[in-house]
Design a protein around this ligand. Structure first.
Ligand SMILES: [Zn+2]
Length: 358
């Protein structure tokens, strides 16, 4: 079958590979759609980061580059391994793409399995990927979705779960106000979750296209251009002088973080959602004098069921965030190139590994 494999920085190849064997307790999924993630771009431009470099196998998967890419995908169950009796061939599913040690407790009460030692992701550190015609995944990480949810939209449930977990980390409640710094894919989806649970959303974003996307999709109440307006003053105006209750940093840009420190009210919470490749600085005195909480967030933990429910119920419409659809052969030339060089025109580009649906 065809698969997109990461060999090294700047070296992704579409190759013919042998499908993974179906083992007891696993499920084979014919991939319908797989999104290209910012993480994939980082691997391509600056990696290997999450990908285990050739000769340095990942301690859990035992695999090293080349590995199949793709961790944001939807598909249809095509084969069930021995012992899997709660799914059926033909079910529509999404995958929570974790690679964790076998002794990590991943039951419904766990709030930290995603923070366990050597955690990594399917589609980055081995165990196949969504940028292939099919993939075999352990039953634990397969989530059934209602067939009423379009499979292209379902491919966005993985990044939406990232947003869902970030929102949960903030502790924000309905009726409160949130500032989202940066309206790339994760900023847009964070706004979507906030809006769905009744939070007033103010976006700060330089790109006019992205501001318009957030307004058109109905996920932002206000979209500010930080090059034109004083974001801190505007947020104060919009919150009766009080400041925002929570803020989400979705850019890994220092000045955005600094602005968020000024937009939150005393005892406000800032959640850092983006991945920072460098050290940041911040005004410790401000943190102390306003009793601000700065919180990290990574991935998701038991977040998929609630995230899927938000999509199935229609509270979140993912269609507006799909801005392109391509085949596997065009992954680098059309997909990566657009996201790297013209990223304000795109939110989420989906790949159809089989070519179906294009
Ligand atoms: Zn991702």
């Amino acid at each position: 079958m065809k698969a997109a494999r990461f060999h090294d920085r700047g070296d992704i190849r579409i190759e013919d590979i042998t499908p993974q064997p179906l083992e007891a307790g696993t499920v084979r999924i014919d991939v319908a759609w797989c999104g290209i993630c910012g993480t994939d771009l980082h691997e391509y431009l600056e990696g290997p980061i999450f990908v285990p470099a050739h000769g340095h196998p990942h301690p859990i998967s035992g695999e090293d580059a080349p590995v199949t890419l793709g961790h944001e995908f939807s598909g249809v169950v095509s084969e069930l391994g021995e012992g899997v009796d709660d799914l059926a061939v033909g079910d529509h599913v999404v995958v929570e793409p974790y690679i964790l040690r076998d002794d990590v407790y991943t039951g419904p009460e766990s709030v930290d399995y995603h923070l366990s030692d050597d955690m990594n992701f399917i589609g980055l550190a081995g165990r196949g990927g969504g940028l292939a015609e099919n993939i075999v995944v352990k039953r634990r990480w397969v989530h059934k979705i209602d067939s009423s949810v379009a499979l292209d939209e379902a491919a966005l449930i993985e990044p939406l779960s990232v947003a869902f977990h970030a929102v949960k980390r903030s502790g924000v409640k309905a009726g409160q106000t949130a500032v989202v710094g940066g309206a790339g894919p994760i900023g847009q989806l964070t706004a979507a979750v906030l809006h769905a649970i009744g939070v007033k959303v103010i976006i700060s974003e330089l790109s006019g296209l992205r501001r318009q996307k957030a307004l058109d999709a109905g996920v932002a109440d206000v979209a500010l251009n930080p090059a034109e307006v004083d974001v801190v003053a505007e947020v104060k105006k919009l919150t009766d002088g009080k400041g925002a209750d929570v803020a989400f940093e979705c850019t890994s840009v220092q000045v955005v973080f600094d602005t968020l420190m000024d937009t939150v009210r005393p005892t406000g919470v800032i959640v850092v959602v983006s991945i920072w490749g460098k050290k940041a600085s911040f005004d410790m005195h401000k943190l102390v004098m306003k009793e601000i909480d700065v919180r990290g967030t990574i991935g998701y933990v038991n977040s998929h069921p609630e995230t899927i429910a938000l999509v199935e119920s229609g509270k979140i419409d993912l269609k507006p965030f799909i801005t392109g659809k391509i085949g596997l052969e065009d992954l680098v030339d059309k997909g990566f190139d657009t996201l790297i060089n013209h990223n304000e025109t795109a939110v989420k580009i989906l790949v159809s590994p089989s070519g179906k649906g294009l």
